[in-house]
Design a binder for this molecule. Structure first.
Ligand code: 4AD
Ligand code: MG
Length: 451
């Protein structure tokens, strides 16, 4: 029976015949037999294989195995006398599927820097840390879908190619056909890669009530930071008949749900991060699940930050967009927990956010977490036709291109809200990885897009 190592270690069955398929991590010879550590990617742990010198290919092949070789092993699971493992596999048969030249295989037993691993992006998932990140990322994705599906949200596949710049920040990548002429663009007008599925999600929320998107998002910001990617994944729920408070509640519930889920399902991988990447990580995640988030208005946050003696690179005053240093100071130094900041100045936020009664601020909310800063950005949307049109005019947006969006305010408009959760920032928060490039399989950043 072919079986994955995760199952073997879970069941701890002894005296059973199994077949295991994976890659050699190490080999140690004792004279009478060899110990092979094999990893198949199903979990962090390796399985110890005992290969007796009586095996027919022992001298010819087994004693030549090295890190990276792929193997299929049949044998008996037996109780292991060694510390730290319940079972080991006594091989009846070791088939070498693919050799890996030890002279050139880049992954050696020593610890490699994460920067070095990024330079071999085709091999880095074979390391403990990147394998663990990948499993946690997959589990988080599954938990997010479960959260929304269990609450009756429909998943919407919003377009990747779009003609609207949702955030209005002019950070789009252009899409054109090879040899396309400027006068006759392929899509009739200039198209780009989406910066957000929100506007399209709003369409479906105003028909299905509760929807969400989970898709790739592209931003041509030239920011080479540890929290920005040119291609990232975003989760964007949108709810009709929903104000800012219910929106905040949904975002808080989502974060607590997925963190709780990952604490239960990924404990082995989280232990690794807790030990080697961020000390105290598991305690941090538990407290986010259990404790209340702090809620503060933008104006109050600016007041708090203005009172800080420490000089910031960007001085704080009402009206500025909070910079990463301000966000992190709020969540790491002042409150020491996740912080929800609401009611930002209208002038620094996109046209679609609902204008508050004071006429100066909008019903926006950002969630800031320690170590990252902004992880969620959302708002109640402007549902009043006239106010929306005015905001578009003020922002210099050609309303003719957004007639379809304005139609939603003409026909059966409703208060509605939603937010965007940056998936890689969530994976960063859960794994403690300090650079966002470590939490996506193939990162894309300015000047960088290998394989
Ligand atoms: O705050 P943002 O720009 O919000 C929106 O796009 C809204 N349309 C969302 C909505 O209301 N439906 O982005 C949302 C989140 C940020 O909080 C951050 O976590 C992540 O997306 N994000 C990035 N992650 C990685 N690299 C980048 N360049 C990112 N830009 C934003
Ligand atoms: Mg934002």
């Amino acid at each position: 029976m072919a079986i994955r190592i995760q199952e073997i270690l879970k069941q701890r069955k002894q005296d059973t015949k199994v077949t295991v398929k994976g890659w050699i991590r190490t080999r140690r010879d004792t004279g009478a037999f060899s110990f092979l550590e094999v990893n198949d990617g199903s979990c962090l742990s390796n399985l110890q294989i005992v290969a007796d010198r009586e095996l027919t290919n022992y001298d010819r092949e087994i004693t030549k195995l090295s890190a990276g070789c792929s193997v299929v092993i049949e044998g008996d699971l037996q109780k292991s006398p060694a510390k730290g493992q319940d079972v080991e596999l006594h091989a009846d048969y070791v088939q070498v599927v693919g050799w890996a030249d030890p002279e050139t295989y880049p992954l050696q037993k020593k610890r490699h820097s994460l920067e070095f691993l990024r330079s071999i992006s085709h091999l880095r998932p074979r390391t403990n840390v990147l394998g663990a990140v990948t499993r946690v990322r997959s589990q988080l994705s599954f938990s997010i879908h479960r959260f929304f599906q269990e609450r009756g949200f429909a998943q919407i596949h919003t377009p990747i190619i779009t003609t609207s710049d949702c955030e209005g920040a002019g950070e789009m990548f252009q899409v054109s056909a090879t040899g396309e002429k400027k006068e006759t663009p392929f899509f009739g007008s200039q198209a780009g890669l989406t910066v957000s599925g929100q506007l399209q999600a709003e369409v479906y929320a105003q028909a299905l009530g509760q929807v969400y998107t989970f898709g790739p998002t592209f931003r041509a910001e030239n920011s080479n930071t540890s929290r920005h990617l040119a291609e990232f994944w975003m989760i964007e729920p949108e709810m009709a008949f929903c104000d800012l408070n219910s929106n905040i509640e949904l975002a808080t519930d989502l974060l607590k749900f997925v963190l709780n889920d990952v604490l239960e399902t990924c404990s082995e991988d989280l232990d690794l991060f807790n030990k080697f990447i961020e000390k105290g990580l598991i305690g941090k995640l538990r407290s986010v699940v259990e404790d209340e988030f702090v809620h503060v208005s933008y104006s109050a946050a600016v007041e708090e930050l203005s009172a800080v003696a420490e000089p910031f690179e960007y001085p704080v005053q009402w009206g500025i967009d909070l910079q990463s240093e301000h966000e992190r100071y709020l969540t790491e130094e002042i409150y020491k927990c996740p912080v929800i900041v609401t009611d930002y100045p209208a002038a620094i936020k996109p046209f679609y956010m609902r204008v508050n009664d004071d006429g100066k601020t909008v019903a926006a909310m950002d969630i800031l977490v320690p170590g990252i800063g902004e992880i969620v950005g959302g708002s109640q949307r402007e549902e009043r036709f006239d106010v929306l049109l005015q905001r578009m005019t003020d922002a210099g947006i050609d309303s003719k291109e957004y007639e379809w969006y304005l139609d939603l305010r003409r026909y059966g408009t409703v208060p509605h809200s939603g937010f965007g959760l940056g998936f890689e920032r969530l994976v960063q928060f859960v794994t403690g990885m300090s650079n966002i490039r470590e939490v996506i399989p193939f990162p894309r950043t300015p000047g960088y897009a290998p394989c």
